[in-house]
Ligand binder design. Sequence first.
Ligand code: NAP
Length: 307
Amino acid sequence: MGLIMYDVVIIGSGPAGLSASIYAKRAGLSALTLEQNPMSGGQVLNTYEVDNYPGLPGINGFDLGMKFREHADKIQCEFKSSTVCGIKKVESGFRVETDQDEIFAKTVIAAMGATHAKLNLPGEDELSGKGVSYCATCDGAFFRGKVTAVIGGGDVAAEDAVFLSRSCEKVYLIHRRDELRAAAVLQKEVMDLPNVEILWDTVAERIEGNEKVDALAVKNVKTGKKERLSVDGVFVAVGIIPFSDIIKEVADCDERGYLIAGEDCVTGTPGIFAAGDIRSKKLRQVVTAVADGANAVTSVLEYLSVS
Ligand code: NAP
């Protein structure tokens, strides 16, 4: 049997990967989407509620992910469950090495996504989606008039505190040091807000609650003083980890591990495209991920037409 050379292999089946699969199929490309597990689906499947995807207010994350998947299945996109171990440049394209075999493609769309760093606190996993969130712009609206805590001191933590302060009665910003890492302009903005209280030199020790979050246990690392804050929500903003290890050898990442590519999803390596949360960009949401999938395929088409 002759070697199959796909026009495009899409790695990842979250919103970016599924959007790319749909666009590639509709464009008439021979495309294979690789996913780690059958219907991997990405972070959206674990999101309790998505209230900012236009046209589907309040949809459950799992349902939204499944709708994307049903769409791809309906138009007969090709999927394969396997774990990608490495990607190598070969003369006519790329060799994608998986735990089962090798797949050849003229182009690769990397849509492996990213994950929010966790604190691994007691209660964090158990109460995830029940008051513990890793995305204020996604979940903040559920805490209108409530008391929330943001953990972290970077740009995301400061932006989250500012965002939440607009709808929450009170926001605690909990940072382990005595100065924020966030940009100066953001620091000023957050410090000027009357309903944001910054707890310096403070670490979270435990998130408490049964069916939902009701308190956060914290400790001042300088004085040793412990406190139990009554809160309805805890936003963890201690960094993001992109799943880019398998592609680092063939495409450039920034210092945080994101694949460097603009809105057209074109990386510095001809034939490799980056879509979704793995791409260096400002806003990581379902709506921007699906846009990337479409843009990546458009760039693949342009690349194939000239190469
Ligand atoms: P980040 O800049 O890496 O900040 C992570 C924060 O979490 C730091 O303040 C860090 O504390 C804290 N942290 C990490 N591990 C912790 C732990 N185990 N316990 C307690 N605190 C912990 O990450 P980010 O805020 O998610 O931002 C990611 C990137 O996106 C950054 O490059 C950021 O500049 C960029 N970004 C830019 C903008 C913008 O330009 N408007 C907006 C959003 C994000 P320490 O400070 O003590 O290390």
